[in-house]
Design a protein around this ligand. Structure first.
Ligand SMILES: Cc1cc2nc3c(=O)[nH]c(=O)nc-3n(C[C@H](O)[C@H](O)[C@H](O)COP(=O)(O)O)c2cc1C
Ligand SMILES: Nc1ncnc2c1ncn2[C@@H]1O[C@H](COP(=O)(O)OP(=O)(O)O)[C@@H](O)[C@H]1O
Length: 349
C-alpha cells in the first residue's frame, strides 16, 4: 500500500473513504468497503477487475484510497498527545489487509482546519486527489469548526459530479458474549460501534466485547527489551515489550494471550504460542514505570530484539502488590492454570 503525506506523489484518480478510522473497526470497514476494487470487497460477489483489466478496456484506473488526518484532529485542538487503538504502522497494516491501495495522511493544521466545506472539497478532494467517488460514515463532519455534515458533502460533491455513499452507523449485532464480572458497559444489540466504545470496553478489561467490535483481537505489537532479569529467578521469564508510545493500553492487570513472533522484514507471523501477560507497574518489585510483559507456556529461548504480536483474549485479574516474590510466584502459577483453561476453551469453540 502506498502511503502519502503530502499533496505530492499521490496516486490519482482516487475513490476515497474519508475519516479518522482509529481502530479500523467493523464500522470503519463498512465505510471503506465501497471504495475497494470488487475483488477486495468483503461481501460483494463480483468479477475481479485488475488494474491491467481496467487499462485494457481503456478505463482510467481508480486507486482505492483512505484519506485520514495526521495528527488526530483532537490532538491538534487540545494540544495533548492522544493515545490510539491503531498507531500509524498498525493502521497501515490493517488497511493493506483490507485491500486499500493508498493511504493519504492530511496534515491536520491551522490551514486545513480553516477550510470551509466547499474549499475542502475543491482543494483537497477535487484538485489534489482527483476524487471520482467518496464514502463516509453518517456522522462524518468536516471543514471549518466541523460545520459540514455528511449530507453537505453529498450536496457539494454532486456539483463536481462525485457520488457520495453515506454509510449508516453500524450497530453491534453479534451474539451477546459472556458477560464478565468486571464489565459495566456491555455493548448491547443496538450499541453503536465506535472507537470510544472500544476504548471504554478495553479500559474495563472487557476484551471479549472489544474484540467483537473490532472484528479481530486487540493486539499489542512491540520489540522485546531487557527488564530487571527477575522473571527467570522465579521460574517465569517474561519478555518485556517496548510499545509505540501512543498505543492505547487496556486495563492494568493479567491477561490470557496468544503470541506471534514477527519476521523483521515482512511482518509475517510465526506459529502461535500461548501465554500470560501482565500490564502494569509491578508494585511487588517497586516498579517505577508501566510495562507490558508476557510469559510463553512451554517455551524457552531468547526473544530479545524480536518483534512480537500479542493478541489479548481475556482479562484474568487486576495487578496486586504481593508481600514477597514467592507469593507472586504462587499467584503466577495459578494465573497460568486459569489462562490455559481459557485458551483451550476458546480453541474448542
Ligand atoms: C502472569 C503475570 C502476573 C503478574 N502479576 C503481577 C502482580 O500482580 N503484581 C506485580 O507486582 N507484578 C506482577 N507481575 C510482574 C512481575 O513482577 C514481573 O514479571 C517480575 O518482576 C519479573 O520482571 P522482569 O521481566 O523485569 O524480570 C506479573 C507477571 C506475570 C507474567
Ligand atoms: N517462556 C518464556 N517466555 C518469555 N520469555 C522467555 C521464555 N523463555 C525464555 N525467555 C527469554 O527470557 C527473557 C526474560 O527473562 P527475564 O528474567 O524476565 O528477563 P527480563 O527482565 O530482561 O525480561 C525474555 O526476553 C526471553 O528472551
Amino acid at each position: 500500500m502506498w502511503v502519502a503525506s503530502s499533496s505530492e506523489g499521490l496516486l490519482t484518480p482516487t475513490a476515497v473513504a474519508l475519516g479518522k478510522f482509529d481502530g479500523v473497526h467493523l464500522g470503519h470497514q463498512r465505510v471503506i468497503q465501497p471504495v475497494l476494487h470488487p475483488c477486495d470487497r468483503l461481501s460483494v460477489a463480483s468479477s475481479p477487475q485488475s488494474k491491467e483489466n481496467q487499462q485494457q478496456t481503456n478505463q482510467e484506473y481508480i486507486y482505492s484510497t483512505v484519506v485520514t488526518f495526521d495528527p488526530h484532529p483532537q490532538e491538534f485542538f487540545t494540544g495533548q498527545p492522544r493515545t490510539l487503538l491503531t498507531p500509524l504502522d498498525e493502521k497501515v497494516q490493517q488497511l493493506r489487509s483490507l485491500g486499500v491501495e493508498q493511504l493519504v495522511l492530511l496534515p491536520f493544521d491551522k490551514e486545513l482546519s480553516a477550510l470551509t466545506p466547499e474549499e475542502f472539497v475543491q482543494k483537497i478532494l477535487v484538485q489534489q486527489l482527483q476524487c471520482q467517488r467518496i464514502s463516509i460514515g453518517q456522522d462524518f463532519c468536516f471543514g471549518e469548526k466541523r460545520s459540514g455534515t455528511a449530507k453537505d458533502l453529498q450536496l457539494i460533491a454532486a456539483k463536481h459530479n462525485i457520488p457520495v455513499t453515506i454509510v449508516p452507523l453500524q450497530t453491534y449485532t453479534g451474539d451477546s458474549p459472556t458477560q464478565s464480572s468486571c464489565v459495566s458497559t456491555n455493548p448491547t444489540q443496538d450499541a453503536r460501534i465506535s472507537t470510544s466504545l472500544i476504548r471504554q470496553t478495553l479500559e474495563q478489561g472487557d476484551i471479549e466485547n472489544a474484540n467483537l467490535l473490532l472484528g479481530r483481537p486487540y493486539t499489542l505489537f512491540g520489540v522485546v527489551v531487557q527488564g530487571q532479569q527477575l522473571g527467570r529467578t522465579i521460574g517465569f521469564p517474561t519478555a518485556n515489550l517496548e510499545l509505540p508510545k501512543e498505543k492505547f493500553l487496556p486495563r492494568q492487570g493479567v491477561y490470557a494471550v496468544r503470541v506471534f513472533t514477527l519476521s523483521e522484514t515482512s511482518n509475517a507471523a510465526s506459529s502461535e504460542s500461548l501465554g500470560v501477560m501482565n500490564i502494569g507497574n509491578r508494585p511487588t518489585v517497586n516498579g517505577t514505570y508501566s510495562s507490558a510483559e508476557v510469559h510463553l507456556f512451554d517455551w524457552s529461548g531468547d526473544l530479545y530484539g524480536k518483534k512480537l504480536a500479542i493478541e489479548l483474549v481475556k482479562f484474568l485479574r487486576p495487578e496486586q502488590k504481593f508481600p514477597s516474590l514467592e507469593a507472586l510466584k504462587t499467584q503466577i502459577q495459578l494465573d497460568c492454570v486459569v489462562a490455559k483453561e481459557v485458551l483451550s476453551a476458546e480453541w474448542e469453540q
